[in-house]
Design a protein around this ligand. Structure first.
Ligand SMILES: [Zn+2]
Length: 146
């Protein structure tokens, strides 16, 4: 014998009264009420045992997630400022044109066909370099890193 039965009483969120109120169960699926009639206003609606307030908590979490996302975006802007800092006082005419066949050293200025002017910040695995471009760091292949 379940907690609910058709024709029996159950507390439900009333969409009209905007309150959790006593309802009469109108329809059930398995042992769960799906439809209820409000004992207060008489309207029949979907049975919902919890108030929509618990859903509001969910949207708050979404807001939090969006906030941390915008935090990440501003962190990206800090990186771009860091790029400006690194580039300050450097002569772009000394930049090597990037080619996967070239060798690079840490601190080299590199001109990339797509990403523009960048600075070699990290040497990796003898044939990869991380270059900081204005739009962010990119790992590129090269013939050798010394
Ligand atoms: Zn009602």
């Amino acid at each position: 014998m379940g907690r609910f039965s058709v024709g029996g009483n159950a507390d439900s969120w009333c969409t009209k009264c905007k309150l959790v109120l006593a309802h009469t169960v109108v329809a059930m699926v398995e042992k769960v009420p799906v439809k209820a009639q409000c004992n207060t206003c008489g309207s029949t609606h979907k049975f919902r045992s919890d108030s929509p307030k618990s859903r509001a908590t969910g949207s708050k979490e979404i807001k939090e997630a969006l906030r941390s996302k915008s935090k990440r975006l501003s962190a990206g802007m800090v990186k771009a400022n860091h790029y400006q800092e690194l580039m300050a006082g450097r002569d772009p005419s000394t930049a090597k044109t990037y080619s996967p066949k070239s060798t690079f050293e840490k601190g080299d200025l590199v001109r990339h066909v797509k990403f523009g002017l960048g600075l070699v910040t990290v040497l990796k695995d003898h044939n990869k370099i991380e270059i900081l471009f204005e739009e962010g760091a990119k790992v590129l292949v090269c013939a050798g890193a010394s």
